[in-house]
Design a protein around this ligand. Structure first.
Ligand code: ATP
Length: 327
């Protein structure tokens, strides 16, 4: 699986913060009793593909809406592309593109007519506009449907068309709310490839929310995890994994010969920092604090055991996420 965070050749990530959020808060209700986003502080660097994940109702959409000027924060501040999210919404609209969930179009208009309409809102000149419409529809694989009404588009086509629409003003920053939800695996892969292509070839900064952890793991350089409006963690998959390793320990898997696994399990479970040991299918599983590898190996050696395999169960983002939200 291609992973952007390991590939500095893919995205040119700058040092400059293109999105800055300070203590951002949004409350709903007469008494402001529903705290949807609670003092959120985070930065996104230019060129990053930034994943925003959290359970249902965590506050992802509300945050995005505040960042693009659709909702006014209750308190806190934010800047997008250098512009203030309350006072400079018009400027933000100029430099951003948005794929909302669900995406809405004028369904009785064709793909070309829809894009023409949005292009006019941005005052894009006719010659540039017509060329861009064809290029964008080509990019998202919808050129064959250019003169079809969007009302007849499938869910996958609507998502891709929504991406073309979000790109009509050639934005520096793209906000994508669940860009692959409801579309089939092939369509989802195409969407991910497009997102990677935009990052790689156009250096567009992408801020996306998703419930698909494998997708976020595949395409995001960094990820913020939120729950009940609060930021739980932010970092690359590797950094988030390390946070969980430090907090919850790791699972080692050992293949040992010469001595009975039950004996090793018993001996290792007496060591400080080893939380659980059990043998299954000829392998020994050891749940221990991170960094106990050498000590475990030594103890097996002292018992005259031979270790032929010693692996750490590498948590994927799905596991990391579940551990972060339950701790
Ligand atoms: N207009 C509103 N009025 C009252 N409460 C709202 C409003 N909009 C959102 N909320 C509440 O704010 C919280 C955060 O909602 P939000 O839609 O931002 O979550 P989310 O992380 O995008 O969820 P999902 O993954 O389900 O899309 C939820 O408890 C939601 O019910």
């Amino acid at each position: 699986m291609e992973n952007l965070q390991d590939r500095s050749d893919v995205a040119q990530i700058g040092t400059e913060n293109i999105i800055e959020i300070q203590g951002l808060t949004k409350c709903f209700g007469k008494q402001k009793e529903i705290v949807a986003v609670d003092s959120l502080t985070l930065n996104v660097k230019k060129g990053e593909v930034f994943g925003f994940v959290g359970p249902n109702g965590a506050g992802k959409t509300t945050t995005m809406k505040m960042l693009i000027g659709l909702l006014e924060p209750t308190s806190g501040t934010g800047r997008v592309g250098g512009f203030d999210i309350v006072r400079e919404i018009i400027n933000i609209r100029e430099v951003t593109g948005v794929l909302p969930e669900p995406a809405g179009f004028y369904d009785n208009l064709t793909a070309r007519q829809n894009l023409r309409f949005y292009a006019k809102l941005y005052d894009i000149k006719e010659d540039v506009r017509e060329k861009r419409i064809v290029e964008l529809l080509d990019m998202v694989g919808l050129n064959g449907a250019i003169d079809q009404k969007t009302g007849g588009f499938s869910t996958g086509m609507r998502k891709r068309f929504g991406l073309a629409q979000a790109l009509i003003n050639d934005p520096d920053i793209l906000f994508l709310d669940e860009p692959t939800s409801g579309i089939d695996p092939k369509g989802a892969q195409m969407m991910r490839d497009l997102i990677k292509q935009l990052s790689r070839e156009k250096n567009v900064t992408i801020f996306l929310s998703s419930h698909a952890m494998s997708e976020v793991e595949e395409i995001c350089n960094r990820i913020a995890v939120i729950e009940k409006g609060n930021l739980l963690a932010v970092g690359s998959v590797e950094e988030l994994r390390d946070m969980v390793r430090e907090k919850e320990g790791v699972q080692y898997i050992l293949e040992i010969s010469n001595i009975p696994l039950q004996d090793v399990a018993g001996k290792l479970s007496d060591i400080d920092g080893v939380h659980e040991t059990y043998a299954r299918n000829g392998m020994l599983y050891v749940h221990a604090d991170a960094g106990m590898r050498a000590e475990i190996a030594n103890n097996v050696k002292l018992m005259d055991g031979t270790v032929s395999r010693f692996e750490e169960d590498r948590m994927d983002l799905q596991k990391v996420f579940l551990k972060l939200i339950k701790s």
